[in-house]
Design a protein. Structure first.
Length: 345
């Protein structure tokens, strides 16, 4: 029903306008008494074999919602009704910022893909913290943190520290985002020395807390094997808890969409089906080269249950969806969980 009826209607409108409409609609509908219960009955799969314990947290199933969908933590309680095992909010920056000029999000239906150059648009930490204090669904929450556009790279540690301290009591794990292609010079923070300094600083803060929280690093799919080797060294040296592989790509290789149209759309990170293979390669490389020294959350191009299984078989401990959720609808979560049960993974 979603693919045949609902999606064609939604895709008549711009991605950002329909995203706002869906948020408003779900906020209303899923707060009607009884609707969350019925939604859970429709989409949630409860099975002991789906449970995962990763970096000290127990997940009811391994399927999460990636950062970027619920940037400002406005809808996580309602989205929990669709059967996710965890939801990642953000990317959040200390100060509110509008992001890049619109239009900044584009669909490539022939490729089952999206291009976005949102630019960490969000309302800032303070508002999100207040909403996260009202987590009545009990869903595990990841806090994805970044730096403000106006903050120079040599002062970026301050922004990440502010995000870490502000969110510490209201999220279950942290994600350090230095891999978005849509904030100028952000990816320079993936270089070995600045990244090690940043993660080591956050770990120092973490160890001062009574109950430390897992810290993960989100990396780009465009890194070379040598750079991935550096990532492995950094994770081990800094003693952070794991990696999310991967963010969106700046590559445009192999697209079915006319290249002139793609060029006209301009810069931005590509997500969806074209990212599937490279994301899986990165997961497998990290796991094999590190001898499975740390957990990896796999994300990128999961458009079907088969794609999800591929990520898990490559070594992912958990997975996240985003573009697949938009193209395939909430039924994808149930399909993935049922296939995981069937495969006995």
């Amino acid at each position: 029903m979603y693919q045949r009826i609902i999606r064609p209607i939604l895709f008549q409108f711009s991605p950002e306008s329909i995203h706002d409409f869906i948020f408003s609609s779900l906020k209303i509908v899923l707060n009607i008494p009884g609707i969350p219960f019925l939604t859970k009955k429709c989409f949630e799969v409860e099975e002991p074999s789906l449970k995962r314990t990763v970096f000290g947290l127990e997940f009811k199933n391994p399927v999460g919602l990636a950062a970027g969908f619920d940037k400002d933590a406005k809808l996580f309680n309602e989205l929990a009704s669709f059967g996710f095992g965890f939801i990642e909010i953000g990317t959040l920056t200390p100060l509110a910022q509008p992001g890049n000029p619109q239009p900044r999000s584009f669909r490539l239906p022939k490729d089952k893909a999206l291009i976005n150059r949102m630019g960490f648009n969000n309302n800032g930490l303070e508002e999100a913290v207040e909403r996260l204090k009202k987590n009545h669904s009990g869903i595990l929450i990841g806090g994805n943190i970044g730096k403000n556009k106006i903050t120079p790279n040599d002062e970026a540690i301050g922004d990440y520290e502010e995000g870490f301290l502000a969110l510490f009591d209201v999220v279950d794990y942290f994600v350090v985002n230095v891999s978005s292609p849509n904030t100028p010079n952000l990816r320079e923070l993936q270089e070995k020395e600045p990244l090690l300094n940043l993660l080591s600083h956050l770990m120092t803060l973490n160890l001062k807390k009574k109950n430390k929280k897992p810290i993960l690093l989100k990396i780009a799919p465009d890194l070379s094997n040598e750079q991935l080797d550096d990532i492995i060294d950094i994770v081990i040296q800094s003693k952070i808890d794991g990696v999310i592989a991967t963010n969106t790509t700046i590559s445009r290789e192999g697209l079915k969409t006319d290249h002139k149209k793609v060029e006209h759309l301009g810069a931005g990170g590509l997500s969806g089906a074209p990212l599937r293979s490279r994301s899986t390669e990165v997961i497998r490389y990290l796991k094999e080269k590190s001898n499975a020294a740390f957990p990896v959350i796999g994300v990128g191009g999961i458009m079907s249950a088969k794609d999800a299984v591929e990520k898990l078989e490559a070594g992912a401990d958990l997975i996240q969806i985003y573009t697949g959720f938009i193209y395939e609808g909430p039924g994808l979560i149930k399909k993935i969980n049922k296939e995981i049960i069937r495969k006995g993974i």
